[in-house]
Write a protein that binds this ligand. Structure first.
Ligand code: SF4
Length: 84
């Protein structure tokens, strides 16, 4: 979930980020709130894979990125660590 102006070609996926059209509270819900709507938007976002890779590479700890919540990203990191 990013709303910055894009200048780095590696961040081109942000140009079409659907979350830029939604409020930040949508992608950074209060603890215990549903992330379902944000994930639905991510599933329709063409930059989803690049967004998720960015979040994993930059250790983003909060919010929904690339269709995964922070807990889901942590689980993915753990699986990747266990494989290494
Ligand atoms: S995948 Fe989700 S969080 Fe990432 S840019 Fe698209 S809408 Fe935003």
């Amino acid at each position: 979930m990013l709303i910055n102006t894009v200048t780095d070609p590696a961040l081109a996926w942000q140009e079409t980020a659907l979350c830029a059209q939604a409020g930040p509270e949508f992608f950074f819900p209060a603890p215990g709130s549903s992330t379902r709507e944000a994930k639905q938007l991510c599933n329709a976002c063409e930059g989803r894979v690049a967004c998720l890779e960015y979040a994993l590479d930059n250790d983003e700890r909060f919010g929904v990125w690339g269709g995964l919540s922070e807990k889901e990203r942590e689980r993915l990191r753990r699986v990747e660590r266990d494989r290494a």
